[in-house]
Design a protein around this ligand. Structure first.
Ligand code: SF4
Length: 472
């Protein structure tokens, strides 16, 4: 389904997919349980969350200063810095580099920002072969799909499907054994690293005081992407800054523990400029593309600035009762789950994705899981409020709430409303629950129990009891 169909339609379709639901449950349960174990073992988790939140808040409040410091340091180190206001500026910058290098093949490590601007599609239109090197990203690329989880892109794929994709790519027979599949990917990707003209990585954190970029991976692929090709391009959202290396230490704990329940990440690489005279390896040329694309609109907004604190750990997805049922593709946006439901409409700024803030039960589990304490559930309500204020809301919904307000703001009207509702519910109530087959209530009662009104309210029972007592 395309991104412009409604989240409800996409969710209905995802709910029919038993394998998807099982796989998402299995993986998110594992990630959630591992996170709980590792954070309990580590201790003082709330204090680490407070520290993480304070660093991100301070950084975003002084983003102009830290971005300037980072860019100055990078240029001093010999890198080229490109500030890009939107996707088209970022794609134009990368086009110039690709043409200047006459590049034919690009290897990439995982980067959500490049998904955001549809970089792969653009490079392919320029005649450049793009190869994703994160194993999960490689799988979804071969499948012609997009990631369905921020951290585990191929969460929805079976072994059999992966085997078939690899066999089609490599023209050889494989088994479904993990060792066999991984060995195939390793061989295939190593050919690509060694023959690529350009390596493109994301950036987990950029360090303002040194001009360094920190990359967190479990496969070591980002190091090969950054160091083997002669040209390295880094894509980063403008908010990915930390002031100092000491701040990075806090996030070296918060990110892997929250994302995958790992005590520490397998490879944490710090890249500080291109190859210098005397260096044994590294790219000869480095470009850093810093993307705004709707982020600066959130600066100074008391309701939404904190969304820029996000470190893309995916922990909010793993606990979300909605994501856990429908998976990532049902959101129809690059960023799925609770963070996607908040971020996608904000970055887009127009009408797209305005239904995503409604894909939430507002339970607040995302806030509890978030290592930098972003109040996503409050933001979802505020996005709904803004949408209703802008569009005037739906006529039926407005009428329903007006009726509700009138009935529930006076106890006599409330009692009359209950009496009327009790009479009206007759045709729909069975075994103590209401099954509305038509109208807006049908969506609710399809999947949840809607208890029918009892023959007596508590108030009526109480009054009857009092009368009985007095009489007695
Ligand atoms: S909102 Fe919080 S929990 Fe969700 S991805 Fe961002 S940092 Fe992680």
């Amino acid at each position: 389904m395309n991104a412009r169909s409604s989240v409800l339609d996409r969710a209905k379709s995802a709910l029919q997919d038993d394998f998807l639901r099982g796989a998402v449950h299995f993986t998110t349960d594992r990630l959630r349980n591992r996170k709980q174990a590792v954070t309990e073992d580590f201790g003082h988790w709330e204090a680490w969350r407070d520290r993480g939140e304070a660093i991100r808040r301070h950084t975003i409040e002084h983003l102009d200063f830290y971005l300037g410091q980072f860019a100055d340091n990078l240029e001093r180190l010999g890198a080229h810095v490109h500030f890009c206001a939107d996707a088209s500026e970022a794609l134009a910058a990368v086009t110039d580099i690709v043409r200047a290098k006459a590049a034919k093949r690009v290897v990439k490590s995982k980067s959500m920002v490049t998904e955001e601007i549809h970089l792969n599609h653009h490079l392919e239109e320029l005649g450049v072969q793009v190869v994703e090197t994160d194993l999960g990203e490689y799988i979804v690329q071969l499948a012609g799909e997009t990631p369905s989880h921020i951290i585990i892109p191929a969460i929805h794929k079976t072994r059999e499907q992966i085997k078939a994709l690899f066999e089609a790519d490599g023209g050889q027979n494989l088994t479904t054994e993990t060792r066999d599949l991984v060995a195939f990917a390793r061989r295939r990707l190593r050919e690509m690293y060694l023959t690529a003209d350009i390596g493109i990585t994301g950036c987990n954190f950029a360090i303002a005081e040194t001009g360094s970029m920190a990359l967190f991976t479990n496969e070591g692929n980002a190091d090969l992407v950054a160091n083997l090709p002669k040209t390295h391009i880094v894509f980063m959202g403008m908010e990915r800054i930390l002031p100092t290396l000491a701040d990075l230490e806090v996030f070296a704990h918060l990110l892997p523990k929250s994302a995958t329940g790992q005590n520490t990440i397998t490879y944490l690489s710090l890249i500080t400029g291109p190859r210098r005279a005397g260096d044994g390896d590294g790219p000869e040329e480095m470009h850093v593309i810093i993307l705004d694309n709707g982020r600066s609109r959130q600066l100074g907004d008391p309701d939404f600035q904190a969304v820029l604190h996000c470190i893309r750990c995916g922990a909010c997805l793993n606990v979300c009762p909605v994501y856990r049922q429908i998976g990532g593709h049902a959101y129809g946006s690059v960023y799925p789950g609770p963070i996607g439901a908040v971020l996608s409409p904000l970055l887009e700024g127009g009408e797209a994705y305005q239904d995503l803030p409604y894909a939430s039960s507002l339970c607040g589990a995302c806030y509890e899981a978030c290592p930098v304490k972003i109040p996503l559930h409050d933001m979802l309500v505020k996005e709904r409020q803004r949408y209703v204020a802008k569009t005037g809301g739906k006529t039926g919904e407005k009428a329903a709430f007006a009726t509700y307000r009138v009935a529930f703001s006076d106890h006599r009207r409330y009692l009359s409303a209950i009496r009327v509702a009790r009479r009206l519910q007759g045709g729909f109530a069975k075994d103590g629950v209401i099954r509305a087959k038509i109208g807006p209530l049908a969506g609710w009662t399809d999947r949840r129990d809607f208890p029918a009104l009892g023959q007596q309210t508590f108030r009526e029972w109480w009054m009857a009891r009092k009368r009985g007592t007095r009489r007695g």
